[in-house]
Each structure stands twice: as C-alpha cells, then as structure tokens.
Design a protein around this ligand. Structure first.
Ligand code: GCB
Length: 611
C-alpha cells in the first residue's frame, strides 16, 4: 500500500509516493527501551510439564496451571500449588539454570504475580523480547495470546485485563521442534528454552506512537524519509512533530485516517554513520499525548556490480559470525548490556572487525543497538535453516511473520545492512517460493537494505566452484558457507587450488568458513582438533580467497566456541562446537591471530588506496 502525502520539507514542499511500511502487521510497538515500562525479570515460579498436563481443556483437569488456583477444603482435587514451586530466573533459559533441564525439550510453565495500579487514559502492553519457541500467555486466568518463534519480540494489549492490585501471569513455553517449526528438527546450536529475554509491561497513552521509521537516502542531495504510525482513538488527522535538534529539524506532519503518515525532509548536511564514525542523532517524535526519542544513524548501503557501497564508497566486510551466548564457562542465553558489549568489543577491538554476522536468528535488541554505537555493520538473520517444511503454509506464515517482527524491531538501526532470510537451504522450487515470500515481505517493509541468504550447495567442476543457486537472482548480496578442508574429502593442502565463479554480477562474501580446534591442544598442523590445524586452515582458506575477484568480505565461523547437542566427541567437544577463534571462556586460539593480521593487512592496503 502506498500513501500519498503532502510532505513538509525544509525549504520546499512536494508531493510524492513512499512505501509506508507502517501498516499494522500486528508487530509490537517499536523502540521498546525508550518507553515507560516495568521489567518483570527476576524469580518466577516454574513447573516442568513434559506431558502437557497443565494445558487447560474444556474437560477440566486437576492441573489447570494457568488458572493459578488452590485446593479448597472439600473441593475437587487440585494437584499443584504455585506457591510451593521452586523459582527460576527470567530472563534466562532453563537449560543453564536447572541441571535436570540441561537437555530438556518440552513445555515449562512460569508464574509471576505482580501488583499493578492501572491509570485512566493509559494503555498497557505485555511485551516479550523473546521466548523460545511456542508461548501461551494467561493473565488472571484468561488467555491473552500465543506466539510462535524463538527470537523475535511479541506483545499483547492487557489494558482491559490487568487488575488493580494483585495479578497472576502464567506463561507456558514449549521449545519442542517438529517438522513444521523454524528451525525444524536439526540445527547446530543449543535449543535454549524458556523466556530467554526480558518481559515488560509497557505503559503508553491512549493514543500512542506505535512506530517511527526514519532512513536516509542520498537522492536529491540527501533526504530523510520515513513513516510513523499512531494507534488509538485520536490516531486520525493528528499533528505529529518530528525533531532532530542537532540538524535544526522541527517538522510537523498529519496522520491519515489509519494513523499513518509518511514524510520526507531535506536536511542540512548530515554526518553520515559509518564504522569509522558511528554518528547517531537524537530523533524525537511527539503527538499531543505521546513523545518518543531514538538514537538513529543515517547512512546508505547499496551494491554496484561486484561492490558493496557504504555511503557510496566501496567497502570490504571484515567480519565474524557470532551466536548469542555470553563468554563464560556455561553455555547460556540471557545477554545483558555488559556481556553483549564484551562479544562485540572482542570482534571490533581485538579482531579488527567492522562487520558481525549475528547467526542464525535475531539476537537481542541490545546487540544491534550496541552495534550502532560501536560502529559495527550487522548481518541480521532468521532461523530458516537447512530443511524446513517448504510446502507447509503455516510454516511459511510463521517465517514471514518472523522476518516482519525482525525488520520492524530493527529498521532504525544504521548498523544493520543485510537482512538474511535463510541459511544453507536445499535448492528446489518450493524453497524458492517460500524464501521468495519472505524476501517480498522484507523488501516491502524496508527497501533500503540488502537482502541475502547464506547459500550452501553450488556446482562443483573439479577445482572450480560455481555459485549458481537460482536464489542468487533474488538476492543483492551472494553469501557462501565454505568448509573445504574441514568437511568433505579435499585435503586442507589443496584448498588453495579452488577457483570460484558466478553468473551473477553481484558482490559475494563468505558467510562462513571454519575448522574445529580445542584451545590448548597442540600438535602437527595436519592433526585435527589442534590449534595448529585450525591455524593452517585459516592460512589456506585466506590464501584461496585472493583469487576471487568478486569477494567483498567474510564472516568466518565463529567468534567463540558454542554449545551444540550434535557435537559428541568426548575428548574435544563434549557438546561444544569448537570452531570458535576463542574458547568459551575467551582464550584466543592461534587462528584468531591469523584472521586479525589478515584484516589488518586488508585495512592497511585499503587506506593506502588499494581496493
Ligand atoms: C554450517 C552451519 C553452522 C554450523 C557450521 C558447523 O554450515 O551454517 O550453523 O554450526 O556449519 O560448524 O558445521
């Protein structure tokens, strides 16, 4: 849908058509951290329910956990009592907190009580930053909603349901994966279950600013375009102020009947955001009742032939892939600002990265906000990984919803330059249609960024690898996961002979390459699991990249060793994927320095005028 709006522009007024991207997709309000809210993190009671006994059915049961009832004298049997249950900390997964749940997959119920005093003329939303995977939410014994997907935010309005005084919130989270979920049954990371990110009660006025999106385009000497969405009884024909004090911008726009408006502003010269200069501006939007500010960077990203252009200049992505696990001896979710910053600073300050691939699912919003501040470019991905039920409509709808929630959360983050729709998916028509639907949605919501997917299968002819996956047609950036020398039969010594071709006139990055090594295990460079093998693998693979004229970056696999239930070797792995350049506790392996030096060399060549 396009909205034709009269735009107020500094200096002149013009009328043009912009994709609003602000239609109500049912996604939660954006810019969570700038809202008035109560964080419900802390100890919650929990019940492990492997047989799903607590699901409320119309037959009635002895275990209606969501109803939070107690045995009454002379009453029918009730076989639980929430107040007698042990506690678990929200927001952290259950696997790392309760030993017996380390490998648990299934349903766990959570309960938290809280006192609340709702005010007139205010609205309240229960906002989950993420819960893995299928979540059912009850407030005061009433079901308020469900959500499917482990890594994106969702919210339910509770204005009419939250009580004055005591409230009982019961949440069932089931992390079972099936042939219809995303990901499906096989994946290479820990299926950390539970309410893995904070839960908030967000407090907004009756008519509030649901979403603001603002982006920079270099057209016509530079313009800021965007859209905003008001929600409430006064959403129509309402005046909204957009202010960026550091640019002397103070504009007024009016919403249409649906609460949406688009705008286009010609700003004075802007200091563009880049890794070298991650400039953020304070953008404030105010309506009669509401006001929200965000810190936003302005930059452009595009491709031209084989180049990736940031602010019009060719850029090489010195990257690393990262899973969402803090550095430390215990694998877990639950990044806070400090642990998130530790990961990103290790990548930027010690490895010399300007780019991070946040694999294989949307990471906490803290990561992309920190990347904005630290000047790291981000590849943002959803877990459409390996085999998925490509012909299943429900699965496709969930996938499209996932990209929607991801884009709507982060499209004001200058750091995010790539939306990835998938990782290593098999090539067939149904997969093409499935990923095509996701790509269409992403481009509707945000035509300002690159779309990609990490590709796997390519044609091999002797030593030549041809990147000819038909999906390449629909992508802006080709991305390839490459493991010759670790998986497969090719010797590590031969990988320098590999040659790469593609029929696409597009830039390519290696979204992965890597080999396993146990920190502190040393030996000959041909002995697997030694740091020397991994070091040799990096030397060889980096050498091989020199012959690829269209290579514009890499995000090797991976910054830190991470937990995975498919890594069984009792000596080297013990359920850790050992392809980290640092161990789980942060000790650097030899290959870390190979990549660091390579990035330093490329950077030096680039500043000396090379490409
Ligand atoms: C891959 C996957 C990644 C795995 C990695 C590995 O190709 O994309 O999720 O963890 O290989 O270590 O095998």
């Amino acid at each position: 849908m396009k909205h034709f709006t009269t735009l107020l522009v500094v200096g002149l007024t013009l009328t043009c058509a912009l994709p609003t991207g602000a239609e109500d997709y049912g996604t939660p309000l954006s810019n969570l951290y700038a809202r008035t809210r109560t964080d419900l993190s802390g100890p919650w009671r929990y019940i492990v329910d492997p047989l799903q006994s607590g699901r409320v059915t119309d037959k009635g049961t002895r275990y209606p956990f969501p109803l939070d009832i107690k045995q009454q004298p002379g009453g029918t049997l009730v076989e639980f009592d929430w107040d007698q249950q042990a506690s678990i900390v929200v927001s952290q997964d259950w696997n790392s907190q309760i030993e017996a749940l380390e490998f648990y997959t299934g349903l766990v119920w959570y309960r938290r009580t809280f006192d609340f005093f709702p005010q007139d003329e205010r609205r309240y939303f229960l906002y989950f930053e993420a819960a893995n995977y299928h979540t059912t939410v009850y407030l005061n014994a009433e079901k308020i909603g469900e959500h499917e997907g482990g890594f994106t935010p969702f919210a339910f309005e509770i204005t009419d349901r939250v009580h004055k005084g005591r409230n009982s919130l019961v949440v069932g989270v089931d992390n079972t994966h099936t042939s219809e979920t995303i990901p499906e049954l096989a994946y290479d990371w820990w299926n950390y279950g539970g309410i893995t990110r904070p839960v908030h009660i967000v407090d907004v006025p009756e008519t509030y600013i649901h979403d603001l999106w603002i982006a920079y385009s270099a057209e016509n000497g530079g313009v800021l375009t965007g859209s905003l969405l008001l929600d409430g009884t006064q959403q129509a024909n309402t005046e909204v102020r957009i202010e960026i004090p550091e640019l002397n911008i103070a504009e007024t726009v009016h919403t249409a009947d649906d609460g949406v408006t688009t705008f286009e502003i010609s700003p004075p010269p802007i200091e563009l955001w880049s890794p070298e200069h991650p400039r953020l501006y304070t953008v404030t939007v105010s309506s009669a009742l509401d006001s929200v500010s965000d810190q936003v960077g302005f930059r452009t990203v595009a491709t031209h032939g084989h180049d990736i252009l940031l602010n019009g200049e060719p850029i090489f992505l010195h990257g690393i892939s990262i899973h969402e696990e803090p550095i430390g001896p215990v694998g877990r979710r639950g990044l806070d600002w400090k642990t998130a910053e530790q990961l990103l600073r290790l990548a930027r300050d010690e490895l010399g990265c300007n780019f991070v691939r946040l694999a294989h699912y949307p990471h906490s919003e803290k990561m992309t906000r920190l990347a904005d501040r630290l000047g790291l470019l981000v590849w943002s991905e959803v877990p459409v990984y390996w085999a998925i039920a490509y012909t299943n409509e429900h699965t496709r709808d969930v996938a499209v919803n996932m990209v929607t929630e991801n884009v709507m959360r982060d499209r004001n983050r200058a750091s995010v330059i790539v939306w990835s729709v998938a990782n290593e998916t098999p090539i067939h028509d149904e997969r093409g249609a499935f990923l095509g639907a996701m790509i269409d949605r992403v481009r509707t919501l945000d035509p300002t960024r690159l779309v990609s997917a990490a590709l796997d299968r390519t044609t091999k002819e002797g030593d030549t690898i041809i990147i000819d996956d038909p999906l390449g047609e629909r992508l802006d950036l080709l991305a390839v996961n490459e493991y010759e020398g670790w998986y497969g039969s090719r010797s590590i010594d031969d990988i320098t002979n590999l040659r790469w071709e593609t029929p696409y006139e597009k830039p390519m990055i290696f979204s992965e390459f890597g080999a396993g090594a146990l920190f502190g295990f040393h030996g000959p460079k041909h002995e697997r699991w030694t740091e020397e093998y991994q070091q040799h693998f990096y030397h060889q693979t980096l050498k091989m990249t020199e012959s690829i004229p269209f290579l514009r970056g890499a995000s090797p696999w991976i910054l830190k060793d991470f937990r995975s239930p498919r890594r069984f070797h009792g000596l080297y792995q013990n359920f850790w994927n050992r392809k980290g350049l640092v161990s789980e506790t942060g000790e650097k392996k030899l290959a870390f320095f190979v990549l660091r030096d390579w990035y330093a060399t490329i950077k030096a060549a680039h500043s000396a005028g090379g490409s």
